[in-house]
Each structure stands twice: as C-alpha cells, then as structure tokens.
Design a protein. Sequence first.
Length: 53
Amino acid sequence: MSEYIKILIVEDEKIVAVDLKRRLTKLGYQVTGMAASGHKALALIDQELPILC
C-alpha cells in the first residue's frame, strides 16, 4: 500500500528533511518533494498533489 502514498516533506532543517526522505523512501513511500517553508510547500503542492503533507 505504501507505493500509493505520495508525501511532501515540510521541514526547515535540511539534514532532518534529507534523513526523513531517506527513511520514507526505504519504507517504500514516494516523496514528491521537500520544502523548508509553508510558502514553498504550497507551491510544490500545486505542481504535484501529495497524499500526505
């Protein structure tokens, strides 16, 4: 089921975001992007609608 879950990571600490992306990808989730702010997250949501933010 995890292959159908698209996740957008919103985290202002780059090292935390990269680690979270690595862990989620390893578990089989699709990370659609990473954003350091809410403004950037909204722009990324317009490009590809994630299932979970």
